[in-house]
Design a protein around this ligand. Structure first.
Ligand code: SF4
Ligand code: SF4
Length: 379
């Protein structure tokens, strides 16, 4: 209910959030995030962006540039590591690894529905319309900066928003609201709780983590698994058996130990999707991919990216038994598949496959794929 200073009191927000089952939330004003500007500017100027982000503009740091009526922001963190996913270990052998955020249902869908429920509940409690804009990775605004200012957690040296209760295994979202909302009275969260720990920086396979939680997005394997086409040589072996995302800087983090688990059924993992059979992925068609992965957050780049990553993972696993499955893919309609198969065969069985790769090289018309096959010319 309103009081003299606020349109929505904290107790009203708590009632609404609890009713719709939101585990963790905070409130901040819709004032611009001025301190973010130099960080964003250097991110783009130094060329550390992945190419997936929105271009630099005031839409990135000013909520009102995006939604003029915004007065407050409700920041939400939804935990996704369930008891079952916590216990899941990557089996040895020819299985790939999908990042744990994509083991259950796509959080974009889950969280958007919940933010809509929250806005409806607020409107019902107030007895008047509430104008909102839900952000679940869907606007140029920076969700971590919103969550930080709303007191949900702090930013670790791995660049992740870390909560006290659930560590960094949380999805972040925000609801921009055209009402003044009373801020919480909870004590502020420490800005930096990493102390002397540097485990994430030491564990990152590519050196993508810089100082002060800054990231070189171009070096980050999580983004690299999602780019289309060719992957630069220097990152291929570093990918290991990752076929979607990278969790290394989170799995080593001590703040992710002894945390509470998510009770959400939507995020219960499917082990076959979390650690998929790599050979089966080679033959994955678009329709089958949609059926298997369409409901997860690993689906948005399509099946060819996953097939390519599976080829790289098989080579990195040293799986020579995959050679008979790889050879026919020298004739795949996709040039990057042909190219990466040639690269994988060079690593797995160069002597046995040189002649067939040479035949493929002779008829290859794509310059990049042909380059990957050129090893077959060596005597
Ligand atoms: S996600 Fe992986 S590659 Fe990216 S910063 Fe973390 S450890 Fe490094
Ligand atoms: S691994 Fe250590 S340094 Fe990195 S975020 Fe976690 S606590 Fe901080």
């Amino acid at each position: 209910m309103p009081n003299d200073r606020y349109d929505i009191t904290m107790s009203t927000l708590e009632l609404a959030a609890n009713t719709v089952g939101i585990e963790k939330f905070g409130v901040t004003s819709a004032e611009p995030f001025h301190t973010l500007v130099p960080f964003l500017e250097s991110y783009y100027e130094e060329g550390r962006d992945t190419g997936f982000e929105h271009p630099m503009s005031d839409f990135r740091w000013n909520p009102r540039a995006y939604f003029t009526e915004a007065k407050s922001i409700i920041a939400v963190a939804v935990p996704y590591q369930t008891k079952q996913s916590q216990a899941m270990q990557h089996p040895s052998g020819r299985t790939g690894v999908v990042s744990r955020y994509a083991w259950g249902q796509d959080y974009h869908v889950v969280m958007k529905a919940q933010l809509e429920q929250l806005s409806m509940k607020l409107a019902a409690l107030l007895g008047e319309p509430v104008k909102v804009l839900a952000c679940v990775d869907t606007t140029p605004l920076v969700d971590r900066a919103i969550a930080l200012r709303a007191g949900i957690g702090w930013i670790g040296k791995n660049g992740m928003l870390i909560t006290k209760e659930y560590g960094s295994y949380v999805f972040l979202g925000a609801l921009l609201v055209d009402k003044n909302i009373e801020p919480a009275l909870t004590p502020s969260v420490p800005i930096d709780d990493c102390g002397e720990c540097n485990l994430c920086l030491q564990a990152c396979p590519t050196g993508a983590l810089l100082d002060q939680g800054r990231l070189d997005g171009k070096k980050c394997l999580s983004g690299i698994t999602q780019i289309k086409g060719m992957i630069p040589e220097e990152y291929r072996t570093k990918l290991g058996r990752r076929i979607w995302g990278c969790d290394t800087c989170q799995t080593v983090c001590p703040k992710n130990r002894h945390t509470l688990v998510s009770m959400r059924e939507e995020f219960e993992p499917d082990p076959a999707l979390g650690f998929p059979d790599l050979k089966a992925l080679l033959h994955l068609g678009g329709r089958q991919f949609k059926r298997l992965y369409g409901h997860t957050a690993a689906a948005w780049r399509g099946h060819q990216v996953i097939r390519r990553n599976a080829i790289i993972a098989l080579a990195n696993a040293g799986d020579t038994e995959a050679v008979p499955d790889l050879l026919p893919l020298l004739n795949d309609p996709r040039s990057e598949i042909r190219g990466f198969v040639a690269w994988a065969l060079h690593r797995l069985a160069p002597e046995d496959t040189r002649e067939l790769v040479y035949v493929a090289w002779k008829k290859e018309s794509d310059e990049l794929a042909k380059k990957e096959m050129a090893w077959s010319l060596e005597s």
